[in-house]
Ligand binder design. Structure first.
Ligand SMILES: C[S@@+](CC[C@H](N)C(=O)[O-])C[C@H]1O[C@@H](n2cnc3c(N)ncnc32)[C@H](O)[C@@H]1O
Length: 396
């Protein structure tokens, strides 16, 4: 399926069901859709913990569950299922092991999968937001092509230069210490095959628009952290009706990874305590409605609930006695609200990959509109990195 068709169909579903995925049950105890879908609400609230966990982590399963109540959603599963690139593996494992010392195992597997997926660069390479330039170094070695690695952090540039020297790649890989968002940086894209692995928000959208402006011959981009943008809302670059708030952009990268039972218990307790605090604050200061929740220090979540509540109250300059009679009741209320929230957020979670795929298709269609042939694939398995969508564009 072409990017435009995929984007259009996803957009129609996302717009049609925005009342389901936009409201956040952490902030709104009972989203309005519960009134329109009483049977779904009842079924969700009756789920046991095991099924909540399963549906939170298994996207196709949660779409299937939802489609039982909203049949139009059945097509969502196909729309988010992008071809998996399974290179023949002829290159993998051919590199000298010394190239990979100092690269954590998971990152090593990611850059190998990426390099296998893109094949031979179409021109000298520009590595955008390069970090230590591990990917660039691998491509320089593999294809003996010049690589320029652009990175804002001087320490990472120095570390990358050191690694290039140590692996004898310094004759073909060099670092550009620069801010990718500065207009000047775009000139490096001229005549270069641009690559980027895990460039966040504005950094990846800027790469796409500047690659077009500079007529780059090729671009391979793996985006991440879509919410790291200065401007809000996100307005589609290729045109269209759907706009996304920063909260919506966060949903695109929400992961509920299966954690150990101990970690699961801890994160469940943290959620319950935060919700309990919101209820308590409402009672103490008579404030209705949700206010943004500032981040909480890990150590505050280790003791007991009353110590946590007192700290939260101090921070908010609200008077609270540690022996407040009601604290046990509020803690229990927090646990009940957490159980409800985890169930009522399942329909929202079913849309997270759809949002991510739509965001990537938006860039893909923009590139097509500007004379590129584009493919979007999955370049590695999810357990290597959940940000595994690769957008490949070649100038026609
Ligand atoms: C998630 S890391 C990815 C690094 C590398 N591509 C990789 O996959 O290992 C993002 C990198 O972008 C760099 N970065 C952040 N803002 C930047 C900017 N404005 N200009 C250039 N690089 C930037 C960070 O310092 C960091 O090294």
């Amino acid at each position: 399926m072409k990017p435009l068709e995929r984007k259009t169909r996803l957009e129609a579903l996302l717009l049609g069901f925005q009342d389901i995925w936009r409201p956040q049950p952490f902030k709104i105890e009972t989203p309005e859709w519960c009134t329109d879908y009483p049977a779904l609400t009842a079924e969700l609230l009756a789920l046991d913990d095991l099924n909540v966990e399963r549906l939170s982590t298994d996207n196709p399963a949660s779409i299937g569950f939802l489609a039982g109540h909203m049949p139009e959603l059945a097509e969502l599963a196909g729309l988010i299922d992008l071809p998996f690139l399974d290179p023949d593996g002829s290159r993998t494992g051919k590199e000298d092991d010394r190239l990979f010392t100092d690269i954590p195992g998971r990152k090593q597997a990611q850059i190998l999968a990426y390099a296998d997926a893109i094949g031979e660069p179409a021109a000298p390479v520009l590595e955008w937001c390069a970090g230590k330039g591990h990917l660039g170094r691998l491509l320089a070695h593999r294809w003996q092509r010049p690589v320029a690695s652009l990175e804002i952090d001087a320490t990472l540039c120095a570390a990358g230069e050191h690694l290039a020297r140590r692996t004898k790649a310094d004759a073909i890989q060099h670092f550009i210490h620069a801010d990718a968002l500065e207009h000047q940086s775009a000139r490096h894209l001229t005549g270069r095959h641009a690559i980027a692995l895990h460039a966040c928000g504005d950094l990846h959208t800027r790469l796409v628009t500047e690659a077009v402006a500079r007529n780059s011959p090729a671009l391979d981009l793996v985006p991440c952290c879509y919410y790291r943008t200065v401007a809000e809302p996100y307005v589609p670059m290729s045109g269209g009706q759907l706009t996304l708030s920063r909260d919506d952009l966060h949903l695109a990268v929400t992961e509920t990874v299966t954690a150990s039972p101990r970690l699961q218990r801890r994160s469940r307790q943290a959620l319950a305590w935060k919700l309990a605090w919101l209820e308590l604050r409402r009672q103490l200061i008579g404030e209705d409605g949700y206010r943004s929740f500032p981040s909480v220090q890990e150590t505050w979540l280790r003791g007991d609930f009353s110590a946590f509540a007192v700290r939260m109250a101090e921070r908010a300059a609200i008077d609270l006695r540690p022996d407040h009679d009601d604290l046990t009741r509020f803690e229990a209320l927090g646990h009940a609200r957490a159980a409800r929230m985890l169930r009522l957020q399942l329909p929202r979670l079913a849309f997270r990959r759809a949002l991510e795929v739509w965001l990537v298709m938006d860039m893909a269609v923009y590139l097509e509109q500007n004379g590129y042939r584009v493919e979007v694939t999955t370049f590695c398995p999810r357990d290597l990195t959940p940000r595994n969508l690769l957008l490949s564009a070649r100038r026609m």
